[in-house]
Design a protein around this ligand. Structure first.
Ligand SMILES: [Zn+2]
Length: 429
């Protein structure tokens, strides 16, 4: 059942004390190897990525089957491994991806690690979830934050304004002017005034050096204003996530090193443009067009009202298998541009659903930039500096219902506000 490229080894040859907490997101928690480099050389330069279990988030939402359906012996590798090897690597060159391998883990080892790291975790996370000790496999990945380098993790989010083709008359003027991220930020800030609101991803994706610089300065300001809790930017030194309030940090010196170096890396890497093209082409209908196509496909008779008897989008669909994903990529690479996206056919509904899910993966991934401070003025091709895309997990199809509802709420909350004008990079070509 193993799909990893290397044999599945066990974490039990290391001690939980050899692993240092780095950070966590909604579904995963990450540790770096900090043990004796000579005793376990296999683990040098690696991070351990573990699934979390939460009382409020079902395992299906995290794109993983519930454990009680699985025989322990047959637990499949974490889906990100096969998904990266068979799907993502056909769209993103492997030089921009971390190496991933499957590793065996044991409940008692995981429970010991959970106790050891508890005080390192943010309290709002501790209250919600923890390491899922029922898993028997985890992911070992390239450590992109350890060593002497500085590392900056940027979660850029949505790269484009939607095509106007499938927007309604009420959403068209809003969605074609203000980007999804800026509208979402406004929506979230209604309940939480501490949310930084300047950063616009379209600046970061613009390809224009001065706009990339503005995006980075807005992220930096957000990092300071939120005391490092804004999840669009994280900064690491020697494997530890930094907080702006740490007394040992000279913020001005750090800013002077980071922003020009990260800007140079982002201007010269093809990664941002690749991400933007993938996001835009895979989300060619917008959730509104996808929702209309779903409704058309589920109307039983032509006389039926579209609103009647149509199940919520995605609710009656199953998650794609890896072979279905493979077939999807074959079609995407060979014929996506020959389809008439202005008039999508109901027979292609499944294709467009998968395309939207994959677009969501690229909208939610992060870019990890490794910087050697001693070479901060070096050009982007310096060996010590690197750009890597991480967190490219498959998304579950049952999230579509929530995404459609959220899209409606975000746009409705934006009606009547002083609309921000976000400039799409396509506008400049
Ligand atoms: Zn924007």
């Amino acid at each position: 059942m193993s799909t990893s490229e290397s044999p599945v080894v066990s974490i039990a040859s290391t001690s939980p004390q050899d692993w240092k907490y780095i950070s966590e997101g909604a579904a995963n928690i990450v540790f770096s190897y900090n043990g004796d480099p000579h005793r376990d050389p296999y683990f040098n330069g690696k991070v351990l990525r573990l699934r979390k279990s939460a009382s409020t988030v079902s395992p299906e939402i995290q794109g993983f089957p519930p454990i009680d359906r699985l025989d322990d012996c047959d637990e499949p590798d974490d889906p990100i491994i096969e998904f990266q090897h068979k799907i993502i690597q056909r769209l993103i060159p492997s030089e921009y991806l971390p190496r991933l391998a499957s590793i065996r883990v044991e409940a008692s080892w995981l429970q010991d690690l959970a106790k050891l790291c508890d005080s390192d975790r943010p309290s709002h996370r501790r209250q919600k979830d923890g390491i899922d000790s029922t898993r028997t496999k985890a992911v070992l990945a390239t450590d992109l934050v350890g060593g002497d380098a500085l590392a900056v993790e940027i979660k850029p989010k949505w790269a484009f304004l939607p095509s106007p083709t499938h927007l309604s008359t009420s959403t068209f003027p809003i969605k074609t002017k203000t980007c999804r991220f800026c509208m979402h930020t406004h929506y979230r800030s209604q309940n939480d005034h501490s949310i930084p609101i300047c950063y616009c991803p379209l600046d970061l994706f613009s390809g224009d050096e001065s706009r990339i610089d503005k995006a980075l300065r807005d992220l930096w300001a957000g990092w300071i204003d939120s005391n490092g809790t804004m999840n669009n930017i994280r900064i690491f030194a020697h494997g530890k996530m930094l907080k702006p309030t740490e007394p040992s940090i000279d913020l001005r010196a750090l800013c002077d090193v980071l922003i020009p170096t990260v800007r140079s890396l982002l201007v010269h890497t093809p990664v941002l443009r690749t991400l933007a093209i993938l996001q835009r082409s895979l989300d060619v209908l917008d959730i509104e067009g996808l929702s209309n196509l779903w409704a058309l496909s589920h109307i039983q008779s032509p006389s039926e009202s579209p609103a009647a008897c149509v199940p919520p989008i995605g609710s009656t669909s199953t998650d794609p298998t890896i072979s279905e994903w493979t077939n999807f990529i074959d079609t995407y690479l060979s014929s996506h541009n020959t389809l008439d996206h202005a008039h999508p056919e109901t027979s292609n509904l499944r294709y467009y659903l998968l395309a939207y899910l994959l677009s969501a993966t690229f909208k939610d991934c992060s870019i990890m930039l490794r910087i050697n401070p001693s070479n901060s003025k070096a050009s982007s091709d310096q060996e010590t500096n690197s750009v890597t895309l991480i967190d490219l997990d498959p998304k579950s199809i049952d999230r579509l219902t929530r995404w459609e509802k959220l899209d409606r709420e975000i746009v409705e909350s934006y009606i009547g506000t002083e609309a921000k004008h976000c400039v799409d990079w396509k506008d400049n070509t």
